[in-house]
Design a protein around this ligand. Sequence first.
Ligand code: FES
Length: 350
Amino acid sequence: MSSRMSFQVALNFEDGITRFIECRGDETVAEASYKARINIPLDCRDGACGTCKSLCETGSYDGGDYIDEALTDDEAAAGYCLPCQMTPHSDLVLRIPSSSAAAKTGAATHTATVAGLTRHSATTIEFTLDLDERDALDFLPGQYVNIAVPGTDQTRSYSFSSGPAQRQISFLVRIVDGGAMSGYLTGRARVGDRVEFTGPMGSFYLRDLTRPALLLAGGTGLAPLLSMLERMAQQPPAHPVHLLYGVTTDQDLVHLDTLEDYAKVIPGFSFDHCVADPASTARNKGFVTGLIDSSTLHDGDVDVYLCGPPAMVEAVRGHITALGVTPASFHHEKFTPATVREPRQTAEAA
Ligand code: FES
């Protein structure tokens, strides 16, 4: 590998904003950030003070030279690193201990054109965008953006249902009565409309899969998990991945064919679904908790990724606790239809 090779480093700030920079294998992350005019926390720049200490969530790197006062062996073993010293060996995802504003940066704005509208069912619609500058947008699978609803002064948050490498980007929307985006998509929206959004944001994104994973989707919470599956189709996981998809009525079930397709191309990927409505024709009726036992959780040796309404997040958390199993990690994204999502931290190490 040439040290001149360049890698992508995602800098995740405490306010949920993510910026991406290019970093060569022979420069430190701090140098690359400086070139990108992003002021990550720095003081000594010499591996002595620990001010820049960050958590590396994915990727490999050379930690460089530093003293124990700046970074202990235990911290280094837990994934902490010093951006003023580290040089990348691969793409990296770092959690930076400051807000984006403190680093004199912020969410990027992107403009796009509506390229497609797909009405999956009475309750669910998907829209696709062509970006004016596709190469200017990077995101991690699972992240979301804030979209200005055309013709209104409202903004709504949606997770990408497309993968980071796909040219077109797409979003899955549950239609709610009186919802700003619902009203637009079911009424005025036309192919060719102009759309603006900011992002990417959020800490609900796929980490390196170093153990089995359990993906849990409630309704249109399937979107970020589809984005993660698209990434896995490109970079096959070395461990089994199981997805459980729960919805309220049969009409809410979308993308089962997409999941079937992923089950054919992603090694070790399987899925199941359930519908809460007793009148459903689905094989499993009830909630996803009915499909989770200690073997689904690999007795704790599992990374859990859950995107769904707040009640589902709490129900799953309570169910897992009642089973007496502690997952290695539990990442979740709560959403409520038609609300603006505040960027925040959602990852919890168990
Ligand atoms: Fe002092 Fe990195 S800035 S250790």
